[in-house]
Design a protein around this ligand. Structure first.
Ligand code: SF4
Length: 383
């Protein structure tokens, strides 16, 4: 449902208006699909979405589909309080008769296994491998399984929320690295394969205050314990996602929750971002010393690019993360993941086009650059 109809009025909506619009949207589009599924991340927008949809059905205001599946994308990097709330909500949804499932990334695609086992440097805005690996691909494969067993197209409900003004413009942003966005939701909204599912964002037009009101003050109405999620965010417009997300400049959600004595033991998680920054430095990386040619025969513009983590970098990273997890008393890398990381080292695994033979990035070398007219220019190392 990429072009959702607009039902907005000129005045700002109050929560009751937003609820009425969402109910109308669910009724209108929901009746066209027999099987629905919700992409649930555990964040505030998707928690509001999943509880709204369940409430709308339970209260008889929206006709129930033949099946409603809630897919919780568990990156294994979730904020512990949100993870706990998510598991409690999934149990409750199961008890209410919905199909609530946890979707995990494949072992080799998990954040630490991919980074510290395979040696891919921490995700960045220029090379953002984590969202596809941790969220989009696992969700799509779960969705494909659902599509196959349903034998027909599904309706996928996402927690994308742009607020009234942006929703009026029908703009859906892929970016989730700023403001209060929830990583992954925008991707599901715009990138879901149309043969598998159409997507609908029933809370697209909700303002932030509506979400908080729903989670905090409307619990009696909908009956789901959602205040814990709202408490994690407080009144701040914080973005949530993986702990220590390397794409953000500060870990505002952790900074917030450790002010609560119940969660103060999570303070060591603040050490994750400095670790990722450290791992991006040449001291822990490989480098291509010779220019590379692209498939079209042209020289690659990124001459002498830095590449994967050295084995020393991976070992330092693993040791540091294990220390942080012991110190904070959380599960960041479980024994199976640690065993797989060490196995990948033993198998000498490197990302494509790289090997142990490549130079360490700190090794002294001739400087090579690409001139404006596409020629390779070498400048010998002066010693
Ligand atoms: S929250 Fe950050 S680390 Fe997690 S998938 Fe999104 S961008 Fe990547």
């Amino acid at each position: 449902m990429r072009n959702q109809i607009s039902l907005f009025e000129s005045e700002r909506h109050e929560l009751k208006d937003s609820i009425a619009t969402s109910l109308a949207s669910l009724r209108e589009y929901g009746q066209r699909y027999r099987h629905w599924c919700v992409a649930y991340s555990g964040g505030k927008d998707s928690t509001a979405t999943v509880t709204f949809v369940a409430w709308a059905i339970q209260s008889g205001q929206v006709a129930p589909p033949e099946s409603l599946t809630v897919l919780y994308a568990d990156t294994r990097m979730e904020l512990p309080p949100l993870q706990q709330s998510a598991m409690a909500l999934l149990n409750r949804l199961s008890a209410d008769g919905y199909n609530a499932r946890v979707v995990l990334p494949e072992m080799d695609s998990r954040f630490y296994v991919y980074m510290l086992g395979y040696g891919v440097p921490p995700s960045s805005n220029r090379f953002r491998w984590c969202t596809p690996k941790l969220k989009v691909e696992p969700m799509y494969s779960a969705l494909a399984g659902l599509r196959e067993s349903a034998g027909e197209k599904l309706l996928m409900l996402t927690g994308v929320r742009m607020g009234e003004s942006a929703a009026r413009d029908a703009r859906i942003a892929l970016s989730c690295s700023k403001d209060s966005g929830e990583c992954g939701q925008g991707w599901f909204q715009v990138a879901t394969d149309a043969s598998m599912a159409d997507t609908l964002a029933p809370l697209l037009h909700w303002r932030l205050c509506h979400v908080y009101d729903w989670l905090y003050f409307e619990q009696e109405r909908h009956g789901y314990g959602t205040s814990g999620v709202a408490t994690v965010y407080g009144d701040d417009d914080v973005r949530t996602g993986c702990v220590g997300c390397p794409l953000t400049s500060r870990d505002t959600s952790i900074e917030r929750i450790i002010r609560n004595p119940d969660w103060a033991h999570l303070t060591p998680l603040l050490e994750l971002k400095p670790l990722y920054r450290e791992l991006k430095k040449p001291a822990w990386r490989k480098r291509k010393l010779q220019p590379e040619q692209r498939q079209d025969g042209q020289w690659s513009t990124n001459v002498q690019r830095m590449g994967p983590l050295t084995m020393e970098g991976r070992a330092m990273g693993l040791e540091t993360v294990l220390d942080i997890q012991d110190w904070a008393g959380v599960d960041l890398i479980n024994p199976e993941e640690e065993a797989r990381i060490r196995e990948m080292w033993a198998l000498d695994m490197w990302p494509r086009k790289w090997s142990a033979e490549d130079a360490d990035a700190t090794e002294p070398h001739d400087a090579i650059s690409l001139s404006a007219d596409g020629r390779i220019v070498r400048q010998a190392l002066m010693v």
